[in-house]
Design a protein around this ligand. Structure first.
Ligand SMILES: [Zn+2]
Ligand SMILES: [Zn+2]
Ligand SMILES: [Zn+2]
Length: 158
């Protein structure tokens, strides 16, 4: 689905890990009183399997690869919006891509370390938003959203 450099091998999660993550996401969704529809499950599963940021059109292709009923793009976009709103995935603005969240129960102002070589992204909680908020507050500015996306090379690719 996504190309990879030669530095990283075996980054695909085990089948058991995928099933476990999908079951946990379903539980969270149902606990919030929402329906865990086929398109939400499938979209989430594709992102968990990828283990890296994936663009929406690659997800659409992923549906086709799996021989599932072809999903219409609006169905996938709605599923992505839903999953992001429930903190199950993150949107990475600078890549225009989505990443399954792998941090349990964090306050969703995630920061990301993005490897431009292998394409993987890692969530980072460096407390940047606290620093930015206090600096902004000193200027009388109230931030509602802080996006921190750090591009570079991961440990495997350095
Ligand atoms: Zn997260
Ligand atoms: Zn890398
Ligand atoms: Zn690499």
């Amino acid at each position: 689905m996504t190309m990879s450099c030669s530095h990283v091998r075996g980054a695909e999660p085990a089948t058991g890990a995928v099933a476990k993550a999908v079951a946990a996401a379903e539980h969270k969704c149902v606990a919030a009183g929402e329906r865990w529809t086929a398109s939400r499950r499938r979209t989430y599963e594709l992102l968990i399997r990828a283990g890296r940021p994936v663009k929406a059109y690659d997800l659409i292709a992923g549906y086709a690869d799996a021989g599932e009923t072809a999903a219409k793009p609006p169905t996938i976009y709605r599923a992505l919006d839903f999953l992001a709103a429930h903190g199950l995935i993150h949107r990475i603005e600078s890549l225009n891509a989505f990443l399954a969240c792998n941090v349990e129960g964090h306050a969703h102002t995630a920061q990301f370390l993005i490897c431009d070589c292998c394409g993987r992204a890692e969530e980072l909680d460096a407390g940047i938003e606290t620093i930015v908020a206090s600096a902004a507050n000193r200027r009388g500015f109230t931030p509602t959203r802080v996006i921190m996306e750090v591009h570079g090379a991961c440990a495997d690719c350095t």
